[in-house]
Every structure is written in C-alpha cells, then in structure tokens.
Design a binder for this molecule. Sequence first.
Ligand SMILES: [Fe+2]
Length: 183
Amino acid sequence: MTREEALESIKANVENKNLIKHMLATEAIMWALAKRLGEDEEEWGLTGLLHDIDVELTEGDMNSHSKLGADLARELGASEAMAHAILCHNEVHGVPLETKLDKAFFCADPLTGLIIAAALVRPDKKLASLKATSVTKKFKEKGFAAGADRQQIAQCSELELELGEFIELGLKAMQGIAADLGL
Ligand SMILES: [Fe+2]
C-alpha cells in the first residue's frame, strides 16, 4: 500500500477534518519514533496514519472500533504487525501490546492531543512557538486536556524513552507538518 492509497481510503471513510489531522499527527510521530529507534518508518507511519479510519463507520461502538480498522488496513495491504497494533490500541478488545510497534503507537496516539491542546492555549495558537518544556508542564497538569491519557503517554518508558525526549520528538514531528495540521 502506498501512502496515497491510504490517504484516499481515509478520505473516503472519514469526514471529520480534525480526525484526519489527528491521524496525520500520529503518522508524523510514528515516523519520527521509527527513525529514532531504527525501525521501519514506512510501516510505523502508515500504522499511525490509518489507525482511526473506522471511527465514523463504527459510530461510537467501541466493540467494533479497531476491529474494523484492522480489517480495513489489511484490505489495503497492511502487514499483520500493523493490523495488530491498530487492533490492540482499543483496550476494550483486551489484546495485549506485544511488539515495539504496538507499544510505540499506543503512547504516540494520545500525545497528539496533548500537543494540539498545548498549542491552542498559546496566544498565537501555533505549534512553531511551542516549547517541549511547556508541553511537559501541561503533561503534569492533570486537569489540562484530560482526554490525553497521561498513563498511556508515559508508556514511552516501554521503548526506553524518557518522557521529555518523547515529548520533544513528538512536538518536532508535528511542527514539521504544522501547515497540514492548520496550526
Ligand atoms: Fe487515535
């Protein structure tokens, strides 16, 4: 599957622009993580890009969310490893995180929300002027962007990454696609 094909399928299945931006942000972080950890950038990037492709199709049914996503990814030509990472990111299925890809994607997904929220409270609402240290401060404020699961983000430790480095890597990755994110 090429990135183009993945994007085409996303556009056919997802209307919500913010959800598409979330998937692009996750892709960027996954690409950077793969690069940092010496893993397959294309495979990890595409996993992040595709992971929520089924959100509108499943209409909030958490029992089918991610199962359908994994199936759609497979149909597009995703590897079993990619489909597994997509499936287990929804904890409802009780599928344990096994591979590095599973673990990386699991902690990258909520980091996008924290970074976007941290950018949006800045006067200029831009990623460019946002500092990793500010995001780390916001990480510690429990009430801030409470939907961005801190425990999940902190699981970057499973990849032997310090939280500060993970946040910095994620922020840089998202700054690189700021125009696509409209931030
Ligand atoms: Fe997501």
